[in-house]
Design a protein around this ligand. Sequence first.
Ligand code: AMP
Length: 210
Amino acid sequence: MKLIFLGAPGAGKGTQAEIVSEKLGIPTISTGNIIREALKNGTEMGLKAKAFIEAGKLVPDEVVIGIIKDRLAEDDCKNGFILDGFPRTIPQAEALDNMGIEIDKVIDIEVSDDRIVSRMSGRRVCPNCGASYHIEYKRPEKDGICNSCQTELVIRKDDEPAVVLDRLNVYHEQTEPLKDYYAKTGKLKIVEGQEEVADTTKLTLKSLED
Ligand code: AMP
């Protein structure tokens, strides 16, 4: 199955994507994670992206389209994949269409801006392996420590409240129009994000059956 997970930053699409990924045995491809990894490793692409990501702006289309083209050509994508955080603009969606990729469903996880701002202030990430936690909704086994690699968790620079507001504005202006784009194809499924991750997951899995 080839899926796109849409939604505002902090709506929980990454968490849902990981859960479905495991269930279906297909990889999740997160452009945000790929870019953060490049940043950490100081690659040319990472350096190009740094100022955009830290200001909560989108990285230029041609950069992310290049990333996705390369990633989807890898072997593990043959039986399907979940795109988390791509496409985020209409030109990115068009580029995906032009790659000849037939998407089965687009799952849009909806959460109000107010709830997103309060959720993101509680998000913590592992600077080493990229795992994501929340001080209320997805606590690590040991406070402030990553379950997988025992590294101390940090707040992402772009999760600071002022940057979150910028990211939400960017989402409404540039990414939200994708809902219409995919509604027209009949592939869009809306999932109302719930307080509990498990409740959202039930709705997400149901939307895949419809
Ligand atoms: P995420 O972890 O998906 O919220 O992505 C973090 C940041 O990476 C975003 O705020 C953007 O700066 C950048 N980014 C990730 N995916 C894309 C994309 N598809 N288009 C442009 N920028 C992106």
